[in-house]
Structure formats: structure tokens, C-alpha cells
Design a protein around this ligand. Structure first.
Ligand code: NAD
Ligand code: UFG
Length: 337
């Protein structure tokens, strides 16, 4: 039978691509978003891609009454929970903003789910929970005891709450630890909408190439890596979105349980590799300088994603060039769709 899934944060970067992937698989989607880091227009753009209207509730998930009203109005089978603040640097400056939104949001959502007897959740976590790792690839058994920022702490706490509810409250949970999501939908109708100066590498690159920023600063080239710059596992957001559809099926098929999956391409690329790939696909020479290291950066980290391959039957289909190509196309098409 056709399932109805509540997607919190469904107008955001990863949420919007996942709504497209769900609708394309004939899943009925209800979106809850408070527009704190997105715009209503994204709903129209999702429909421009799939031809299916987006049922949107503009609600803050920390508002239990308003959220409960959504559960009363709709028949919901399960939840994919994206809604959270996500900027690592901001979380260091404003930790309570992160504890309140991300942890309160998770608790309120789960309480409302329980009241309404909805007990299946797919949760967005991050490889940041692995902290300052010394070896890669990282699999899901790597310890997660030390977070490197208040943002990371919120992910660890939320993971733990979901695990508790799976153990004692009859919940079924899938925790997805994303590595570095980049790129955009091939239509260029949806993509990442960074507010202000981007913290992340790829939006900074595309904005520099578009003339919005003067030059990119590469944060350090004296790391113990082949070219001296940090290594990350970049994953195309469309591959990531498709993993959520598989994770949801997996969650519905589980007994009361909680499973954790890494979602990455399983390959590490340096900052300079990413710049070279961007220059190749865009045909533009990027203005960049080598600067000091950024505090808190992990030297190198990439995923062992074999558990997702085996249990979810999921692998990445898009390579680094396609990530850069779609990110650039999105940057150039920001105003039209
Ligand atoms: P995003 O900011 O683009 O999307 C989040 C959405 O949630 C936004 O539309 C925002 O308006 C909404 N939202 C935030 N707080 C809310 C609240 N209290 N009530 C209702 N809506 C609320 O972020 P994203 O990049 O799509 O990230 C989605 C999830 O994935 C987050 O949980 C994030 O921590 C996690 N994640 C992201 C990355 C990344 O690099 N983008 C990496 C690892 C994990
Ligand atoms: N970088 C630069 N210059 C920039 C921006 C980034 O050189 O202007 C470098 C960083 O030093 C890092 C790499 O590009 O080596 C990637 O940096 P991002 O900020 O794009 O991504 P991070 O790996 O730091 O962080 C991402 C997500 C976080 C998540 C973290 C988990 O943004 O949400 O992965 O490791 F917590």
C-alpha cells in the first residue's frame, strides 16, 4: 500500500532532493518546515521536477501543539527527520541555539510521534560524530564518544535518544551518517541555498567562479596528505536522497531496532582535487590562495559505506565531476526554473 511519510525540513537542501526521490517512487509526502533556512518557492520547484504537488505545513517542530495538529490532520506511516541547524562554526558561537532547535526538535517530534503511534524514523546524522579520526575509511563501529562542536553534540545526543526509544519504546530507527553532500539536481531547479558567506567548500567555489566572492582560501596545505590539503568523502546529493528511500524501506522491514549507516562515496578527495574537478567541468580558472588551517578541521576522513551497499542495496552513481557540474549549473541558474 502507498505509504505517507512526513519529511521535516523537506524544503532544505537534502530534504528537497529527498522529497523528489520519494515522489518519484510513488511515496506520498507531507513536508513540515519553518522556513528558517529555506524558502516556500522550493515547494513549487519540487513540483516542477516531479509534477506532484507538495503538501506543506509551515510549522516549527519544537512547537508540540502545532506538530500534533499535523499528525491529527494526516495519516502518517513514518518520518524522515532533516529539520535542524547545521553550521558547525555558528554552533560554537551560539551553542544554545543548536541545543534548543536540534535536541528539543528531536524530543518534541518523537513525543508527538509516540502520541500518534507513529514509530518509524529515519534520522539525518553526520560523520562529524566520529570526531577527530586518525584512520580512514571509517565504518559504523568506529567510536563516537567525542564530538568536535556543539553541532556534533546535538547529533550524538539525538542518535542516543533514538537508540533509547528503539530499545525501550517500540521505535524502529535508521540513523544515516552523511559524509560531505554536494552538487544539485540535474534540472538545476533545486540545490543548496547558503545564506550569507558560505562556510562550505563547494558553494564557496561556485560563488567565487560566479564573481560573488573574490577568491577561495584553501585552509592549509601542510597536512600529512599527498598534496597537503584536507581529504573528504564528497557525495552527490541525489545519491544521498535515493539512499533515504532505501533506508525507509529498510526501516519498515525491521523489527523494533536501530541501525546506523554511513553514507559516503567511499573515496577521499583533497581540496585541490575538488578545485581541479571544478575547473575541468566549468572551463573556468578558479581564483584561490593557500591560507592558514581552519580550527577544528579533521585532516582526512572518508567512509567505509559497505554496510549500506550490502543491507540497503545502495551505492553512489555520480562521480566528483558530476557533483561539480551540477553545483555549477545550479549556481548559474539560481533565479530561474
Ligand atoms: P538545510 O538547512 O538546507 O535544511 C534544513 C531545513 O530544516 C530547512 O529548510 C529549515 O528551514 C528547516 N528547519 C530547521 N529547523 C527547523 C524547525 N525547528 N522546524 C521546522 N523546520 C526547521 O540543511 P541540509 O543541508 O538539508 O541538512 C539536513 C539535515 O542533514 C540536517 O539535520 C543536517 O544537520 C544534516 N546534515 C547535513 C550535512 C550537510 O553537509 N548539508 C552533513 C551532515 C548532516
Ligand atoms: N575548505 C577550504 N576553504 C573554504 C571552505 C572549506 O579550504 O572556504 C576546506 C575545509 O578546510 C575542508 C574541506 O574544504 O578541508 C571541506 O570543508 P566543508 O566546510 O565543505 O566541509 P566539512 O568537512 O568541514 O564539514 C562538513 C559539513 C558539516 C559536517 C562535517 C562532518 O559541512 O556539517 O562535514 O565532517 F559536520
Amino acid at each position: 500500500m502507498k505509504k505517507t511519510i512526513l519529511v521535516t525540513g523537506g524544503l532544505g537542501y537534502i530534504g528537497s532532493h529527498t522529497v523528489v526521490a520519494l515522489q518519484e517512487q510513488n511515496v506520498n509526502v507531507i513536508v513540515v518546515d519553518n522556513l528558517s533556512n529555506s524558502i516556500k518557492e522550493v515547494a513549487r520547484r519540487i513540483t516542477a521536477i516531479t509534477g506532484i504537488p507538495v503538501k506543506l505545513h509551515i510549522v516549527d517542530i519544537t512547537d508540540a501543539l502545532a506538530l500534533d495538529a499535523v499528525f491529527q490532520q494526516e495519516t502518517i506511516d513514518g518520518v524522515i527527520h532533516f529539520a535542524a541547524h547545521k553550521a558547525v562554526g555558528e554552533s560554537v558561537r551560539q551553542p544554545f541555539k543548536y541545543y534548543r532547535n536540534n535536541i528539543d526538535g528531536m524530543i518534541t517530534l518523537q513525543q508527538v510521534m509516540q502520541q500518534n503511534n507513529v514509530k518509524t524514523m529515519v534520522f539525518s546524522s553526520s560523520c562529524t560524530v566520529y570526531g577527530d579520526t586518525r584512520r580512514s575509511p571509517i565504518d559504523e563501529t568506529h567510536p563516537v564518544t567525542e564530538a568536535i562542536s556543539p553541532y556534533g553534540t546535538t547529533k550524538l545526543v539525538c542518535e542516543q535518544i533514538l537508540k533509547d526509544l528503539c530499545k525501550h519504546g517500540g521505535f524502529k530507527g535508521v540513523i544515516l551518517r552523511y559524509f560531505n553532500p554536494v552538487g544539485a539536481h540535474s534540472s538545476a531547479c533545486i540545490g543548496e541555498l547558503p545564506l550569507g558567506v558560505p562556510d562550505n567548500l563547494v558553494p564557496y567555489i561556485t560563488q567565487t567562479a560566479a564573481g560573488i566572492r573574490e577568491k577561495l582560501t584553501v585552509f592549509g596545505n601542510d597536512y600529512d596528505t599527498p598534496d597537503g590539503t584536507n581529504i573528504r568523502d564528497y557525495i552527490h546529493v541525489v545519491d544521498l536522497a535515493k539512499a533515504h528511500v532505501k533506508a525507509l524501506d529498510f526501516a519498515f522491514g525491521m523489527q523494533q531496532n536501530c541501525e546506523v549507516f554511513n553514507l559516503g562515496a567511499g573515496k577521499g578527495y583533497s581540496v585541490l582535487d575538488v578545485i581541479k574537478a571544478f575547473e575541468k567541468v566549468s572551463g573556468k580558472e578558479l581564483a584561490y590562495v593557500i591560507g592558514a588551517r581552519r580550527a577544528g578541521d579533521v585532516e582526512q576522513i572518508w567512509a567505509d559505506a559497505s554496510k549500506a551497499e550490502q543491507l540497503l542495496n545502495w551505492t553512489c552513481q555520480h562521480d566528483l565531476d558530476e557533483m561539480m557540474e551540477t553545483a555549477w549549473k545550479w549556481q548559474m541558474a539560481l533565479t530561474g526554473c
